[in-house]
Design a protein around this ligand. Sequence first.
Ligand code: DQA
Length: 146
Amino acid sequence: MAKVLVINGPNLNLLGKREPEIYGHETLADIEHSLVAQGKSAGHEVLCFQSNAEHELIDRIHAAMDEGVAHIIINAGAYTHTSIALRDALVASGIPFTEVHISDVHAREAFRHHSYLSDVASNVIVGKGVKGYAMALEAVINNLTT
Ligand code: DQA
């Protein structure tokens, strides 16, 4: 059994209410429940964390180092485009991670085109809607079992 940590950054607590034409109608709680179930059915533990505060996201990544987390799935929200500190924390942790974005960031405003995470991520899933989280977890599970 492996541990997979799912981290969501700023404003993703508003999923379901926030710009549903872009981010859909599912809430973060719905998404987290189904990821936990998906992990469990494959024999793995999925831990979930959301924060709007950059330092809390960094602290959670640091804590994951002592918890034996095998993989992080992260939607860092707008910090994707701004936070060298978050990138540094992920690299420092040595934990492989998948970057997820619900929307197609490359088809949106120019300031969303650059990610501080993509070049150090082991996988990037963009523009698949909230299904992107399940796709990310499925790929992680397949890798863990091969
Ligand atoms: C997002 C895309 C980001 O540009 C934005 O700031 C978000 C959500 C996405 O999931 O599509 O908060 O990461």
